[in-house]
Design a protein around this ligand. Structure first.
Ligand code: HXC
Length: 539
């Protein structure tokens, strides 16, 4: 009522205005009890924590401390407990239910996080645990901020049966709804077994730590029971297996500290969502840079290998770039970096591995990267030095047509600014696929060393002049003559430049400047895809 102070705890009254029989405890006591309960929840179980440390792993809270800016974490639902019955669950109802969720900042930018706590029910996922994750996923999507999941879990909580499975389904569904809207990052810091592995597979990037992280659908025991094959956890689904052979892990590190530091770096390069630009680090004069080293790194001879990473180092700011899938399909490089302060995605042939050919794995790796960059408005710079697709029975039978089509599709669909730089050679289908003019690059730049053709001179001459060579008195002499003629007519960039397929033939030392200027020119590019539900990407 107006003018009256509400009754304090000492004068607590019941609904009819009479003095209550028991005075409410003073606020001081309530606060102390809340503090004490929270402290207990935050402290966790000493014995279980010791075991976790003994396994070489940090706790969920220690990990969040490494991941987030100091003092920025706002925890949600620390007091949540499961409501399950049976199998002794009534007697064991730890707070948090095995996952710490909330929000914080990384380099000052908002992120939403969940960290599974292996010290509680082995981090296994039951109904309440899942509901907490669903909540931060919804908040991340509603607020347009990246979602980072730290996974360390025995999978579906066996005691909770179908409700645990239902919880996973809710995560997968949200992963897909958020795909292409907010960046989603999975960090695997322990077991990630069974269907649980599908959430990371649905997200944009998966980080793993050597020795402690594993991902598999069925563990070693089941594998042995079904197939008789004995295998260790690491051999079956350790970080190196997924970093080098399956492509499931985008990043692999030796320890949690480095891993979480690199997650922070990745976040610093990305926009919070698909409607905002990636954070700019500010211009640094790239548009006027000359890099004499570029003329030295790339040999003029078309078949001499070199490390494309050295070229990327010269092109990007501070020679700093973050390679995605560094250890898988190494014949192509996909990296995030900055040029003149702005985030770019670099796709590059790697002449040092398999001569830089495209194959099934490389096409899948690059396709996924191109789609990520396109979804989040990150311009693409494609560095081409490609002899073609890898020929072979293995490749054909591995479905290189289907996988190569993924990369082609991804580029054709991409509406972000796209700059192609052809360094030395670009042959056949691989020329087309590596962001050629015909599939929609905005600007194609070529070095003077450049060769663009259906195939190399030797191969072309053998096909075109097979009969003449067979009947020639001096086949080698004739071949050399024909190769020289073919090279003079076709094996230089001016053939493409005269026809508008190359916008300019540039001085290699000015490549960084030319790319920076091209990106600046294309900064406001807008192109809307045609109206449709979605295309039918080859999968
Ligand atoms: C309930 C679990 C659990 C689970 C582990 N725990 N996994 N509790 N449900 N899924 C409990 C253990 O009982 C133990 O509790 C504590 O967590 C630590 O586990 P340990 O086995 O002692 O740890 P460790 O030796 O390090 O082995 C870790 C492990 C192993 C390899 C993850 O626990 C394991 O194999 N768990 C089962 C994995 C699994 O098959 N999950 C289901 C996958 S199928 P106490 O009380 O002793 O400390 C799945 C379906 C999802 O996830 C489908 C979605 C579509």
């Amino acid at each position: 009522p107006n003018g009256r102070r509400p009754a304090g705890p000492e004068q607590a009254q019941d609904g009819r205005g009479r003095q209550a029989a028991e005075p409410a405890p003073p606020m001081r006591g309530l606060r102390a009890r809340n503090d004490e309960l929270r402290a207990r929840v935050v402290a966790g179980q000493a014995e279980a924590i010791e075991r976790q440390h003994g396994l070489g792993k940090r706790t969920a809270r220690e990990r969040l401390e490494l991941l987030l800016d100091e003092d920025s974490f706002v925890e949600l639902e620390p007091f949540r407990r499961h409501q399950a019955h049976g199998l002794g669950m009534e007697r064991k109802r730890p707070h948090t239910d095995g996952v710490v969720v909330g929000s914080g900042t990384v380099h000052g930018r908002r992120v939403f996080v969940y960290a599974q706590d292996f010290t509680v029910f082995g981090g296994s996922l039951g109904e309440a645990h899942a509901a907490k994750i669903h909540k931060v996923m919804d908040l991340a999507l509603d607020n347009g901020a990246p979602l980072i999941g730290l996974n360390d879990s025995g999978g579906a909580r066996i005691q909770e049966g179908v409700m645990a499975l239902n919880g996973y389904g809710g995560i997968f569904h949200r992963n897909v709804r958020a795909s292409g809207v907010i960046p989603q990052i999975s960090v695997i810091l322990g077991p990630c077994a069974g269907g649980a592995a599908y959430s990371p597979a649905l997200t944009d990037f998966t980080f793993m730590v050597r020795d402690t992280a594993q991902m598999y659908l069925t563990g070693p025991e089941v594998v042995e029971a079904v197939s008789g094959v004995r295998v260790t956890h690491a051999e079956l689904g350790g970080a190196d297996v997924h970093g080098e052979r399956t492509g499931v892990a985008s990043f692999v590190y030796d320890d949690e500290e480095t891993c979480l530091e690199e997650v922070r770096y990745l976040v610093s390069l990305l926009p919070g969502n698909n409607l905002e630009p990636a954070p700019s680090a500010g211009r640094c004069g790239a548009a006027d840079d000359e890099r004499p080293e570029l003329a030295e790194i790339v040999p003029v001879e078309p078949n001499r290998p070199y490390d494309m990473r050295a070229v990327i180092g010269e092109l990007v700011d501070d020679a700093e770039f973050m390679e995605v899938h560094e250890h898988w399909a190494r014949n192509v490089i996909c990296a995030l970096a900055r040029i003149d302060g702005e985030t770019v995605g670099v796709v590059a042939s790697q002449p040092m591995v398999l001569a830089g050919v495209l194959d099934a794995d490389a096409a899948q790796k690059a396709a996924r990267f191109v789609r990520f960059c396109d979804a989040f408005g990150i311009p693409l710079v494609t560095l081409v030095d490609v002899p073609g697709f890898l020929p072979g029975v293995d490749q054909e039978h591995a479905g290189v047509i289907r996988h190569g089509a993924k990369l082609l599709y991804a580029y054709c669909e991409a509406t972000v600014p796209r700059v192609q730089v052809i360094l030395r050679k670009a042959y056949g289908g691989a020329y087309i696929v590596m962001d050629s003019r015909s599939i929609g690059c905005d600007l194609s730049l070529a070095w003077p060393t450049n060769e663009i053709a259906v195939m190399g001179a030797e191969g072309a001459v053998n096909v075109l002049f097979r009969k003449r060579l067979l009947s020639a008195a001096d086949p080698d002499g004739l071949r050399a003559e024909l190769v020289a003629e073919y090279s003079e007519q076709l094996m230089h960039p001016y053939h493409a430049a005269e026809r508008g397929l190359v916008d300019d033939v540039i001085d290699p030392v000015r490549t960084r400047a030319a790319v920076a200027r091209a990106l600046e020119m294309l900064r406001n590019k807008r192109r809307s895809p045609p109206q449709r539900k979605h295309g039918n990407t080859p999968l």
